[in-house]
Design a protein around this ligand. Structure first.
Ligand code: SF4
Length: 149
């Protein structure tokens, strides 16, 4: 992430982009936003589960000083991390234990990201909601997520 754009900047700088070194889900909305901005992204697909391709284990957009993309065109998965979600009949939210600085994150920021998610996934294709939610369910089964009330 770009540390200067989060309320937990100090923690992000120390982390060196741990959250940018694993699968980052890319919805059709994310792809359209990148295309509209004229940004070419290499996407890896496994059925409806699409991710930003990694280069040497790092996101293709991760540079020495953080993300090369303007925040407004980053995939939702990036913008709201470490908030993640499963959307069934209701949407359940979690924090990813992958982030080593969960205790530094203000609850007000988390609440804002929930609203961002609900607004954005209302525009997602059903297949995208299913593919993303399946990925998060798998992480949940592995004990990698902390439920949010
Ligand atoms: S797009 Fe940016 S924030 Fe998202 S994983 Fe890549 S480097 Fe990180």
């Amino acid at each position: 992430m770009a540390p200067s754009e989060t309320p937990f900047a100090e923690a992000c700088i120390k982390c060196d982009g741990l959250c940018c070194k694993g699968p980052i889900f890319v919805s059709l909305c994310d792809i359209a936003r990148l295309r509209a901005a004229g940004i070419a992204a290499t996407i890896k697909s496994d059925g409806a589960f699409r991710t930003l391709a990694l280069r040497q284990g790092r996101c293709q957009f991760l540079e020495r000083d953080g993300c090369a993309l303007p925040r407004s065109v980053r995939p939702l998965d990036c913008r709201v991390f470490p908030v993640v979600f499963v959307a069934d009949s209701t949407t359940r939210f979690f924090l990813s234990e992958k982030c080593p600085f969960l205790s530094s994150i203000p609850s007000s920021w988390v609440d804002t990201q929930r609203a961002v998610v609900l607004d954005e996934i209302s525009q997602w294709a059903t297949e995208d909601v299913s593919a993303y939610s399946g990925h998060i369910r798998a992480a949940l089964a592995q004990g990698l997520l902390r439920p949010l009330k």
